[in-house]
Design a binder for this molecule. Structure first.
Ligand SMILES: [Zn+2]
Length: 186
């Protein structure tokens, strides 16, 4: 088995949320031979990536969270989104005498209501790292401009837009006034 799957299996077994994560492992494992997975798998093998799990946001009912595959100072990272798939199937009417009936689940598990796990893998590439070039006082001088020049410029721009808008309204009202006046004359 590929190192990525070995590591992910061990990671999941150590998680409190392992029952939630196991179906996603199996879904990811179905992708092992997909050409799209080759890059991730070979990157993983040649690097020292870590795996992290993030719980979903409290009110996100479409997500079971996401896995992060990352390495400090490696510009390439991967996020694996663990989505709650579309609801499929119909209302369960399985009976114990049905073929393949699972008494623990009270269902045959074939065509009854289910959300099958769905994964998306997002590759993140850090384009560059850049630190401000200069002294702190150079930055102060630039910050000062924001509070003086840039904010004033923006305020002036907004005021000019308001002037244009009022002028256009006046022009429109004048036209309407002319129409009413010419009606009076007739
Ligand atoms: Zn069923």
């Amino acid at each position: 088995m590929h190192k990525f799957y070995d590591d992910l299996k061990e990671f999941i077994l150590n998680q409190e949320a392992k029952e939630r994560l196991i179906p996603y492992y199996e879904t990811l494992f179905q992708l092992e031979s997909y050409p799209e997975m080759k890059e991730l798998l070979s990157q993983y093998k040649d690097s020292n990536y870590s795996i992290d799990y993030n719980e979903p946001d409290e009110f996100d009912c479409y997500s079971n969270g996401w896995l992060e595959i990352y390495e400090v100072n490696n510009p390439i990272a991967y996020t694996i989104e663990l989505d709650i798939g579309q609801m499929q199937g119909g209302y369960c009417q399985c009976k114990p005498k049905d073929e393949g009936y699972n008494s623990d689940k009270n269902c045959c598990g074939r065509s009854c209501d289910v959300h099958l796990p769905k994964v998306s893998i997002v590759k993140e590439v850090k384009l560059l790292n850049h630190e401000f070039q200069g002294y702190e006082r150079d930055l102060w001088a630039l910050e000062e401009k924001w509070l003086t020049e840039y904010e004033k410029d923006l305020l002036q721009k907004k005021q000019l837009e308001k002037v244009s808008s009022i002028e256009a309204q006046i022009e429109q009202l004048q036209k309407e006034l002319e129409v009413v006046k010419s009606g009076l004359k007739n």
